[in-house]
Design a protein around this ligand. Structure first.
Ligand code: DHB
Length: 314
């Protein structure tokens, strides 16, 4: 029987926390470091078919001056290409969720997945349809193309999550996309990618803080929490109301353990951490897990599953 929870048991029954695709998960040494972290799976940097240098530097501002737990990046998908991952992913001793992207067409996704599908450590794919930093429009914003992508992935019998952008700008559009996702065999969504096209200014140099794309990049970190919670809760409620067996992985704004708790209450079955991991390294995952397990005990819950989506309306 199709059950995302069974398929993702390596994550949900162990530690329902992973790194977010992006920071410090591109090269073998970085992925090896993540092997030591308190996470249920290692997520890779979004890979493309061919190696990419990415955008010109500086392309990441790790700490914004007014909101130091926030970041802006326009990396532009720097990665060594899928063949690199074919060689190294099998050496990892934790389950891997391989993040895949495309800078050309839909076939790029299928070619990458075909190369990785038989690798033992790769338990699922996170299909990135929301990269904010390349010239192409995100696929999650083109319903017909997204439908075509999901149909083919289903035909290929791929186990996949979708990394999606926020849809707060148009809730009717959200419903349209959510119906396409609900009709597919995807395991669920990782909500959300960084908020596209944000900008900051350095008051000493009077310049923008990153170079590529006229200084516009994806915003992440603490301030993203409120958008991410609403997106997680909307996807969770949609799946529940439509009787769809899919999970939501919460990502965005987790820069303290309590934020992860809010993600679970909003409807996340697992959470991912990006900006906080860039800033403080692998210790952040254990901090979150210790806090969550203590909180559950204190409140009389026996497992995380009991608190997923239990937030009440006022
Ligand atoms: C990049 C940024 C993203 O938010 C993403 O989902 C994929 C790639 C990047 O610029 O490399």
């Amino acid at each position: 029987m199709f059950s995302p929870k069974k398929i993702l048991s390596f994550l949900l029954d162990t530690v329902p926390i992973t790194n977010a695709s992006g920071p410090k998960c591109t090269y073998y040494e970085e992925l090896k470091e993540l092997e030591k972290a308190c996470i249920g799976a290692i997520v890779t940097k979004t890979m493309t078919k061919l190696p990419r240098e990415g955008n010109p530097k500086p392309r990441l501002k790790e700490r914004l001056d007014f909101h130091p737990d926030c970041s802006i990046n326009s990396m532009g998908l720097p990665n060594p290409g899928v063949d690199y991952y074919v060689d190294i992913l099998n050496k990892l001793k934790k389950p891997v969720i391989a993040s895949v992207g495309s800078v050309t067409d839909l076939n790029e996704y299928f070619e990458i997945i075909n190369k990785l599908q038989s690798i033992e450590s790769v338990k699922a794919f996170e299909v990135n349809v929301s990269c904010p930093n390349i010239e192409k429009k995100a696929l999650a914003l083109i319903p017909e193309k997204l439908g075509e992508l999901l149909n083919t992935l289903d035909d290929m019998k791929v186990k996949y999550l979708l990394k999606i952008p926020p849809f707060n700008f148009d809730l009717e559009f959200f419903e349209r996309i959510a119906n396409i996702v609900a009709d597919s065999n995807c395991l669920g969504v990782s909500a959300i990618n960084s908020l596209p096209n944000c900008m900051d200014i350095d008051l000493k140099s009077l310049t923008k803080v990153i170079k590529p794309r006229k200084g516009y990049g994806g915003f992440g970190g603490g301030c993203l929490l409120y958008l991410a919670l609403a997106e997680v809760n909307r996807w969770y409620s949609f799946f529940k109301e439509h009787g769809v067996d899919k999970i939501v992985i919460g990502v965005g704004g987790i820069t303290k353990p309590e934020a992860a708790l809010k993600h679970f209450l909003a409807g996340a079955s697992a959470v991912q951490i990006g900006t906080w991991y860039i800033q403080e390294g692998i210790a952040v995952f254990e901090k979150v897990w210790n806090f969550i397990t203590n909180w559950l005990k204190e409140k009389g819950f026996s497992k995380v599953e009991e608190i997923i989506g239990i937030v009440k309306d006022l």
